[in-house]
Design a protein around this ligand. Structure first.
Ligand code: 48F
Length: 259
């Protein structure tokens, strides 16, 4: 057993992928259900895709299910997406299906990685590259541990043709954008409208129409889309997150193709 070989194997293989990911077609921020599904669809269609996740673990709000009961609920369209990943679902009643939250999120993660997306956990997106207040052209990254320790260390950057904000309720990327450019988002106020109170049906219905290019080069997906555009939260029903991830990938593909 050679400890140095082990250390070299880890650093070299990580660095290779990290270097390759410094210029990508699409950079996804957040490895929750919407971000992972978007990354899976994009990588599967041949686009160079990287996901940056602040936490040690991937999954965002999915592993917690509803109030830590680790099951999620989906309707038919969401269930059909999970079927593609081989996730087992059970009909509960009247078109409501349940799935094991851990099986679902693990399968989405494996799906994204095996399609070719690179996922970097423990990395926080703390700023954006914006060219002349006109277009998001990349991310500014820092190790989460550096920020937690409040150390002054300069970040690194990743160039991307398109960025997807899949940071959930926090809608972190859009908040950064508004801080840096002022209220220039394609929303009713130009700023972050803010998430409304729980209303599952309305929240799910709004999610797809809220999945838009909210600023040139920046798409909002998942719960971030509802928070930014001012629609309700929906609790532990997850179909909308998946459909929004898929839609975000379609939009990103179109933008990349246009150049
Ligand atoms: O919150 P999250 O799971 O987002 P989502 O895909 O799904 C929302 C549901 O989980 C749930 C819900 C269902 O009805 O409402 O909340 O929209 O995943 C967001 C991920 O983004 C990461 C965060 O750690 C989480 O894993 N994240 C947030 N800010 C940053 C970030 C950041 N600045 N840099 C990197 N990752």
């Amino acid at each position: 057993m050679d400890e140095v070989i082990i250390s070299r194997a880890i650093t070299e293989s990580f660095m290779k992928e990290f270097m390759e990911s410094m210029e990508v077609d699409v950079a996804v921020v957040g490895a929750g259900p919407s971000g992972l599904l978007a990354a899976h669809c994009l990588a599967k269609s041949g686009l160079k895709t990287a996901v940056f996740e602040r936490q040690l673990r991937v999954g965002g709000g999915m592993p917690g299910g509803g109030m830590m009961f680790n099951r999620v609920v989906l309707q038919k369209e969401g269930k059909d997406i999970l079927d593609e990943f081989g996730v087992r679902t059970k009909l509960y009643k009247r078109g409501y299906y349940t799935a094991d939250a851990l099986e679902a999120i693990s399968s989405l993660c494996v799906g994204a990685i095996r399609s070719g997306a690179k996922i970097f956990n423990l990395v926080t997106v703390e700023d954006l590259m914006i060219r002349g207040d006109k277009r998001v052209s990349g991310l500014v990254l820092q190790w989460t541990a550096v920020n937690m320790a409040k150390m002054h260390v300069d970040p690194l950057t990743v160039r991307a043709k398109v960025v997807i904000d899949a940071t959930g309720h926090e809608s972190d990327v859009c908040h950064i954008l508004v801080r840096k450019t002022g209220p220039k988002l394609k929303t009713a106020t130009g700023g972050i409208v803010g998430e409304k109170s729980m209303w599952a049906e309305r929240g799910e219905a709004d999610l797809v129409k809220n999945t838009i290019e909210v600023y040139p080069g920046l798409i909002v997906a998942g719960m971030a889309a509802n928070a930014v555009l001012g629609s309700p939260r929906m609790g532990a029903i997850f179909g909308g997150m998946l459909i929004s991830g898929k839609r975000a990938a379609e939009l990103a593909r179109t933008i990349v193709k246009k150049g």
